[in-house]
Design a protein around this ligand. Sequence first.
Ligand SMILES: [Zn+2]
Length: 244
Amino acid sequence: MLPDLERLIRLQELETAVSQARRAVEAFPARRDALEARLAEHTGRIEAVDRKLAEHKTARRALEKEVAAVQGRLTRFKEQSMAVKTNKEYHAVQSEIAGADAEIQRLEDLILEGMLEADELADDLEKARQALAEEEAAVNEERTRLEQERDRHQGQVERHAGDRAALVADLPPPHLATFDTLIRGRKGIAVGAVRDGRCGSCQVRLRPQLYNEVRLNEGLIQCESCQRILYFPAEADSPSPAPR
Ligand SMILES: [Zn+2]
């Protein structure tokens, strides 16, 4: 292969890798925020159960106060029942006592019901806390992985100028100028492989003569449609693997 063509291919690989790395670095904050959102969802669930438990506590205290009040009335009715003079008075007080007893029973049923619900909520809370702990572990692992990936990409971006200088050191300036013009004007692709007789970038079919010239990889040949510099990939004779 023509050494300049090989250099241009490697320069294209570098530019493609660096622009991917740059996009990955830019995407990092959003990916990290998405991780934090996963935790926030769990924290929100825990807070909701916590609030419900607090409501239950308040309701239970109110019911217990009511029970105490009814019990106070009951004590007074029982004292009154000792002092009744007539049958009518006796029946009236007995009816009040029965009413108060029923009310206490009703309130205590409500308290018991609330306690059962609170037990279930406490179970839910425990489960939600466990789920949060598991999610935290998963998120921390994922965050570390993302940060390492970001650092790797960041390093690639920072090394770009040096890597590029090394690659272009032996490249004649006019070739580099063509490359730079193309990469700016052609969506980051200045050098592209020929696949199935077509320019792999713009898909235009090559004239047979041009195709045969490209196959040799011994010249800098540009696509007649998109102007990109063409080369014939080594693997092109066999079914081509997915481009990287
Ligand atoms: Zn083309």
